[in-house]
Every structure is written in structure tokens, then in C-alpha cells.
Write a protein that binds this ligand. Structure first.
Ligand code: ADP
Ligand code: ADP
Length: 227
């Protein structure tokens, strides 16, 4: 079953005198459980695409359908619920809340959703992400690799169907990058998730099931590496 359908997606920033076509009629389908790498030069439209899939921006035209839900037919309230439950976002610079501990950062999306924290899931993620001894620490007391592991935990706590990562290793050295990619692959299998990752690193892209190349807001190449 298709977990994601992107149909004729177009995003234009700015006004008539000063307009940027960031995405130009992009269409593709992603099956449940796939690991997709999105590559392309800086400014080609990758982040715009990821944000539109995650419901954090609005397209100029076209549709995004996640798990059968037409994302931009939702009202603001439904969209907020969609963002909390259906997608987990991971950023290059972690975007952790500095005054909250590791545990609090990870459980925040669940609490914002007025749900009980699943203590077993939290413990399991802390163990998998090797953060058990860091539970009560603040982000500034952690290394970059540890902070990114917290942000993976936060993205996964609500069991989203789509995990969206925007250059998750862009700020890490090669050892930490490998660790983060291995963890994303491991949790993707374990929780049967679909992983869409923007990366500049060819070695990382080659580990994906499929590579989508974006250039000037269009799909330049869409290649399946493994089934
Ligand atoms: P990438 O992630 O591939 O680097 P982006 O999606 O960030 O590309 O940007 C695509 C194009 O849209 C670029 O020309 C960028 O400058 C422009 N752009 C992105 N966000 C905005 C914005 N909020 N306002 C205006 N232009 C933007
Ligand atoms: P990346 O290449 O990692 O996407 P960018 O520097 O392109 O990072 O974008 C960082 C942020 O700035 C994004 O939220 C994007 O929407 C915004 N942005 C990018 N280009 C522009 C622009 N020309 N005008 C306004 N905002 C922009």
C-alpha cells in the first residue's frame, strides 16, 4: 500500500516581481517501509518537499496524501494532530528545547497530544538510543551525536508512519554519522516505518532502497537500488 502520494506538487515563494519556484509539479509514490534518500544540490527544493510532506508548510498547488489522508484538505486543528501523530521530523541542528531534559524532550510530542507516556516505549527507545544514563541531562550537556539521538527518540515516541529527516548527519563527524544512520535503519525496521532522508552524503544515499534526485524543483532521477 502507498504510504505517501505526492501529486503535482508545486511551491512558489514570494510575489510576482520576486518569485522562486521551489517545487515544480513534482509527483511520486512511496510504499510502506521504504527507505528513500532525497539528494540534489543546495537550493534544489529538498527541504521544501520534506516540509510539505510533513504538513509544516502549504503548497501553492498539488496534493500530499499520507496514509490515505489528504494533508492540505485538513483544517488547522486536524493538521496539527496530523503533524504530531503521522510524521516524525529530524533536523540537522536537532531543534531540542534547551530547558527540557532528554526525557522531557522525547515525551513532549506525546504530552502535547494529551496522551499518557508509554513508559515501556520510552525505556526501549532510551535503551536502543543508548541514552539511559543521560535521561535527566539537558541538551547542552550532551555531544552532537547524543543530541541527534534524542531528536530521533522524540520523532519516534508517537509511532509516526513517516520519519522525515533533513540532513540528520550534516553536523556530525563520520563516526557519529554512521551511528545515527545505523540507528535510523534499525528503528525503521523495528517499528516498520517509512524513512525519507535528505542527504548530501553519497555513502548514506547508497544505503537507501531508492534515491530521488531533485534539481531545480523537479525530479531529475528516481532510482530503485533494492527491493
Ligand atoms: P534545498 O533544501 O534543496 O537546499 P530549499 O527547499 O531550502 O532547497 O529551497 C529551494 C528554493 O526555495 C531556494 O531557491 C530557496 O532559496 C527558496 N526558499 C526556500 N525557503 C524559502 C522561503 N521561506 N522564502 C523564500 N524562498 C525560499
Ligand atoms: P537547507 O538548505 O538546509 O534547506 P536553507 O538555508 O535553504 O537550509 O533554509 C533554512 C531556512 O530558511 C528554511 O526554513 C527555509 O525555508 C528558509 N529559507 C531558505 N531560503 C530562503 C529565502 N530565500 N528567503 C527566506 N527564507 C528562506
Amino acid at each position: 500500500m502507498a504510504i505517501l502520494e505526492v501529486k503535482n506538487l508545486t511551491k512558489i515563494y514570494g510575489n510576482d516581481e520576486n518569485k522562486v519556484v521551489a517545487l515544480d509539479h513534482v509527483s511520486f509514490t512511496i510504499e510502506k517501509g521504504e527507505f528513500i534518500a532525497i539528494v540534489g544540490s543546495s537550493g534544489s527544493g529538498k527541504s521544501t518537499l520534506l516540509h510539505l510532506i510533513g504538513g509544516v508548510d502549504k503548497p501553492t498547488s498539488g496534493e500530499v496524501i499520507v496514509n490515505g489522508q489528504n494533508v492540505y484538505k485538513k483544517n488547522e486543528n486536524e493538521l496539527a494532530i496530523f503533524r504530531r501523530r503521522e510524521v516524525g521530523l529530524i533536523y540537522q541542528f536537532y531543534n531540542l528545547i534547551p530547558i527540557l531534559t532528554v526525557e522531557e524532550n522525547m515525551t513532549l510530542p506525546v504530552l502535547l497530544d494529551n496522551k499518557q507516556v508509554n513508559q515501556e516505549k520510552l525505556d526501549e527507545l532510551l535503551r536502543i538510543l543508548d541514552l539511559k544514563s543521560r535521561e535527566k541531562h539537558l541538551p547542552r550537556e550532551l555531544s552532537g551525536g547524543q543530541q541527534q539521538r534524542v531528536s530521533i527518540g522524540r520523532a519516534l515516541m508517537n509511532a509516526p508512519s513517516l520519519v522525515l529527516a533533513d540532513e540528520p548527519t550534516g553536523n556530525l563527524d563520520s563516526k557519529n554519522s554512521k551511528e545515527i544512520i545505523d540507528l535510523l535503519k534499525l528503528t525503521q525496521k523495528r517499528y516498520k516505518q517509512t524513512l525519507i532522508m535528505i542527504t548530501h552524503d553519497e555513502n548514506i544515499a547508497m544505503q537507501a532502497d531508492r534515491i530521488i534526485v531533485i534539481e531545480d524543483g523537479k525530479i531529475k532521477k528516481d532510482e530503485v537500488l533494492r527491493k
